[in-house]
Design a protein around this ligand. Structure first.
Ligand code: IPM
Ligand code: MG
Length: 363
């Protein structure tokens, strides 16, 4: 395999600690397997704002465009709450998504057997749960124009956001959903509000049309409010759930909580495949957890699983991805837990770096 260029953006808070554990694994892979990586590391988020004046600099953005994949930690923290919106830590993430055209956001919600008890839902509802939320990530109300806050009369204001979807944007995310379902349990639930929103009506129409190319996949349409309810009522009815940017934001948080362990959930944001290359950004679902930053207490598993997603979806290393995931299962089955997962004294409480070491030892 040729050198893969990976841009590492640890970000703020616990981002650095969790990313350090992935870097150990990358280092080991390049020493023991015939894999070589070109790693460069840059600032992003509030840390970048403090040192470089923006949450992502143009140079960093350019490196991201040139890289084969971006590994992202987490951004944000209370000290940047009052920074103007365009320079806030989150703005870096939105810029990366948009400029890399990462329209397909994969958010698996998987309940590991060893952790099923940690779910706030009853065990029988979540045991063995494995669903995949596919969120459209580069359009909809997050990016729609016009938007803004204006004065409509002296001293009075109005705010405007625009929810907009083009047919081709719906078609391409639907195709990703059907392709993913093929490799899973052949079912896609498409979620919108066609009863209220024009974008919902078009969404449903286009998904139906795209589905004609996938006769072996079952397609179901669901209204977003009902979907929120079904996710907690009977989550195992879902396989791949595809939805727009805003509903995907909400429903993926809901699905994440089903697993009871936010520190375990990875995500991948993918672009279209162009000349055999596909942009990808891989990040844990959890945030920067400023309250425990620097204490070596964070759970590195979500970030390591995000790296596994990178191996699977960007570097075509399915076997390696699988063995990394299996090793994580193993470490959990052996009873090792970081603080966020620790629940009884028959388990062994370990630090962030120790968890990374245990995983590496078993690889
Ligand atoms: C997410 C986050 C982001 C979003 C924020 C940080 C901008 O909530 O990735 O789900 O709203 O997309
Ligand atoms: Mg969110």
């Amino acid at each position: 395999m040729s050198n893969k260029k990976i841009l590492v953006l640890p970000g703020d808070g616990i981002g650095n600690e969790v990313m350090a554990e992935v870097l150990k694994i990358i280092d080991w892979l390049s020493k023991t397997r015939s894999m070589s990586f070109d790693i460069s590391e840059r600032l992003v988020g509030g840390t970048a704002y403090d040192k470089e004046g923006d949450s992502i600099s143009d140079e960093t953005m350019q490196e991201a465009l040139d890289a084969d994949a971006v590994l992202f930690g987490a951004v944000g923290g209370p000290q940047w709450d009052n920074v103007e919106r365009e320079k806030r830590p989150e703005a870096a993430l939105l810029r990366l998504r948009k400029e890399l055209d990462l329209f397909a956001n994969l958010r698996p919600a998987v309940v590991f057997d060893a952790l099923a008890e940690a779910s706030p839902l009853k065990l029988n509802l979540v045991k063995g749960l494995d669903i995949l939320i596919l969120r459209e990530l580069t359009s909809g109300v997050y990016f729609g124009q016009p938007r803004g806050i204006e004065e409509y009369e002296p001293g009075k204001q109005k705010a405007l956001d625009t929810q907009i979807y083009f047919d081709y944007e719906i078609d391409r995310i639907a195709r990703v959903a059907f392709d993913l379902a093929k490799k899973r349990n052949n079912k896609v639930t498409s979620v919108e509000k066609a009863n209220v929103m024009e974008t919902g009506v078009l969404w449903r129409q286009v998904v139906k049309k795209t589905h004609e190319d996938y006769s072996d996949i079952t397609l179901e349409n669901m209204l977003a409010d009902n979907c929120a309810m079904q996710l907690v009522r009977n989550p195992k009815q879902f396989d791949v759930l595809v939805t727009d940017n805003l509903f995907g934001d909400l429903l993926s948080d809901c699905a994440a909580m089903l697993t009871g362990s936010l520190g375990m959930l990875p995500s991948a944001s993918l672009g279209a495949e162009i000349d055999g290359k596909r942009n990808g950004l891989f990040e844990p679902v959890h945030g920067s957890a400023p309250d425990i930053a620097g204490e070596n207490k964070a759970n590195p598993i979500a970030t390591i699983l995000s790296f596994a997603m990178m191996l699977r979806y960007n570097l075509n290393q399915q076997d390696l991805a699988k063995s990394l995931e299996d090793v994580i299962q193993k470490v959990l089955n052996e009873g090792f837990r970081t603080a966020d997962l620790y629940s009884s004294d028959d388990q062994t409480l370990v630090s962030c770096s120790k968890m990374g070491d245990l995983i590496l030892e078993r690889l």
